[in-house]
Design a protein. Structure first.
Ligand SMILES: Cc1cc2nc3c(=O)[nH]c(=O)nc-3n(C[C@H](O)[C@H](O)[C@H](O)COP(=O)(O)O)c2cc1C
Ligand code: FES
Length: 617
């Protein structure tokens, strides 16, 4: 079969694509990624299609189904180009009105604009939203802009030019040198130098070498990798082909969990289309280089994100880790040298090759170059997917991009790095976010989860949550992890239920040190991080649970009571009406009281009181 790149060079193909694209059309960039799809964005697309047809606007208006824009809580999101007007929470019933503003009169549908929750000011343009304004989009810059199912959109935006550059003008060793010089470190958690790992693999003996893109992403609440795979799948394919060329591999695998169907669909289509265009498969771009990629679906076990378990899972066995060395770069899949990289790491590779190692290394700190994608969630005003330069401070992320803490509450801590990460207290809010600073603070970069907490978060309960998660996800192969996590779980259960004992903190610390030095894989060896970091920064909360039997955040139900402040209560009666146990009593316009023998501490009264009259005792 003749492929298009057999006839045209990539540059000529790009020019052809751009020549046939009308510049006068209005483009409605509508997000169909998981977050917006869950909020029925496909219905918006259907309504748009029908209305555009009915009004005969096909020549003037184009719907572009895109990946994630990052502001998922505001979905379904639509951005109108070329004006860059940002609409949020768009419904099918809004479509007629949106189309009516596209007559050049400059009108906007005000109720769909983003309103600042504090100042109540409206923002019209996407580029002016606080969530986007202070970001440095590098790896995620195409997501939300291009149609991930359209390879020509990717090519038109400069896609596959890094591959053309590498194949046509660089030796494999030069590609490796460039990646080493860029300072790129693995985005999957460990932060090992990507180029150094490639060099080890390329020098390992053997004709058969493999590449694996790790898209397992098992951290609770994380969605960076999913969004990248859904929104810009070709960047991962392109990164893989460049990696394959650098180390001399001819077969690659993308490991994605089954519960990411859109990512699987978009990646599968990207592979088919890249082969069709001569950018993957046999004789890529006529250079004689061959490389094939297949997708392997994982069943959703957290431990299968760990590289040795993942490889065993691809081999068709139950995913459990093995000890290292030998490292995969020397002895990996089916015993052959294998490069396993996180999908975000691979997404950085075309950028390094295109822009050059120096330009890439100009961003970031001494030990952490480039940018990093985070899922910013928790008690911040603006939650979503963000990308910032390495070294950006926590303050800039939480208050600048995230807009500060919700509901007038105060920042208490931020948890980074997923279940194996740690909690950083307010005292360190001005620290730069990079691999080394986070490690010094007792946390890790991990794959990029960032959970912001306020004074209603109990740090003992946070550690307990992650220990429980890891206990359920531990494969059970090694004793320190299997038994250590179970013991930690029991101790936390006792502390949070009011049965903590003197010595519990020391036992937890001892178990943590034992597990981190003796566990078989990273799951067990990093599992103590949430425990150690919360003990280090919030020891007083542990002591208050154990010795005073008090949870001042109002989370551990046996360790606090609700109390109505008679001075602040004006007797509006909302808490009385809302209480499911009828534990609140009082006459209208007179202070109410709570009967603690009936109260189940569901928190409905506390959260619904507009006068902050309900206190945690
Ligand atoms: C329990 C556990 C789970 C992991 N899950 C993931 C994951 O979901 N995605 C990922 O890229 N790396 C994950 N890792 C890290 C991988 O083992 C490996 O270091 C990484 O994929 C290497 O790619 P990088 O060098 O590009 O970071 C996990 C590690 C552990 C210990
Ligand atoms: S899924 Fe639509 S903005 Fe993230």
């Amino acid at each position: 079969m003749t492929r298009i790149t057999d006839i045209l060079g990539l540059e000529a193909l790009r020019e052809e694509i751009l020549k046939h694209r009308s510049k006068d059309r209005t483009i409605l960039r509508t997000c169909i990624s998981t977050g917006c799809k869950a909020q029925k964005s496909l219905k918006v697309v259907e309504a748009l299609k029908a209305a555009i047809k009915e009004q005969g606007l096909e020549e003037k208006v184009e719907i572009k189904k895109t990946g994630c824009h990052g502001f998922c809580e505001m979905g379904p999101i639509m951005v109108i180009e070329p004006e860059n007007i940002f609409y949020r929470k768009v419904k099918p019933r809004d479509v007629e009105e949106i189309l009516s503003t596209l007559n050049g009169s400059g009108g906007v549908v005000e109720r769909l604009l983003w309103k600042d929750p504090v100042t109540k000011e409206l923002t019209t343009y996407e580029r002016e939203l606080p969530l986007y304004k202070k970001q440095d989009k590098n790896v995620t810059y195409r997501s939300g802009k291009i149609d991930p199912a359209d390879i020509e959109d990717y090519i038109a935006s400069g896609g596959y030019s890094a591959l053309a550059k590498a194949l046509n003008s660089m030796k494999p060793s030069e590609v490796i040198d460039a990646v080493i010089a860029s300072g790129l470190r693995g985005r999957g958690g460990g932060g090992f130098s990507t180029g150094v790992k490639w060099r080890i693999c390329s020098s390992a003996p053997g004709d058969i070498k493999y590449i694996i893109a790790n898209g397992d992403e098992g951290d609770p609440g994380a969605f960076m990798d999913r969004s990248l795979m859904e929104g810009d799948p070709h960047s991962i394919v392109e990164g893989m082909v460049i990696t394959a060329y650098a180390i001399g591999a001819s077969q690659g695998f993308i490991y994605v969990r089954e519960e990411y169907p859109i990512a699987i669909e978009h990646l599968s289509l990207a592979i088919i289309k890249a082969e069709e265009y001569g950018l993957l498969g046999q004789d890529i771009m006529g250079t004689g280089f061959n490389f094939k990629v297949q997708i392997n679906k994982g069943a959703g076990a957290f431990v299968c994100g760990e590289e040795t378990s993942l490889m065993i899972s691809i081999e068709g066995r139950s995913g459990t880790p093995r000890s290292r060395p030998p490292y995969p770069a020397i002895e990996g899949l089916w015993g052959k040298p294998t490069i396993i990289n996180n999908v975000e790491t691979l997404g950085n590779v075309p950028i390094i090759i295109s822009k050059g190692a120096d330009a890439y290394a100009a961003l970031g700190t001494d030990g952490s170059k480039g940018t990093k994608v985070f899922s910013l969630v928790g008690k911040v005003q603006n939650t979503g997917l963000i990308e910032v330069e390495m070294g950006t401070t926590l303050r800039e992320i939480i208050f600048g991009i995230g807009g500060g803490i919700r509901n007038g509450k105060h920042f208490k801590a931020v948890q980074t790095g997923g279940p194996s990460g740690g909690c950083i207290p307010i005292a360190k809010v001005d620290m730069p976010v990079d691999y080394d600073s986070l490690r010094e603070a007792g946390a890790i970069m991990g794959s990029g989860g960032m959970i912001v907490m306020d004074e209603t978060s109990c740090m003992v309960d946070v550690a307990r949550y992650f220990i429980d998660f890891l206990m359920f996800e531990s494969c059970g192969k090694c004793v320190p992890c299997r038994e250590g996590l179970k013991q930690m779980h029991h101790i936390f259960e006792n502390i949070c239920e009011g049965h903590g004992e003197e010595g519990d903190i020391e036992t937890l610390t001892g178990l943590a040190r034992f597990m981190s030095t003796t566990s078989l894989c990273g799951l067990g060896s990093t599992a103590p991080n949430p425990v150690l970091s919360t003990i280090r920064h919030f020891r007083h909360e542990y002591e208050s649970h154990i010795y005073d039997r008090k949870c001042r955040a109002g989370v551990c139900k046996n360790l606090f009571d609700y109390l109505i402040d008679s001075e602040l209560c004006n007797g509006c009666g909302l808490c009385r009406v809302k209480c499911p146990e009828k534990a609140v009593a009082g006459e209208k316009k007179k202070p109410h009281i709570i009967d603690n023998s009936k109260c189940i501490k569901c928190g409905i009264c506390f959260n619904s009181c507009k006068f902050e009259a309900i206190l945690i005792k």
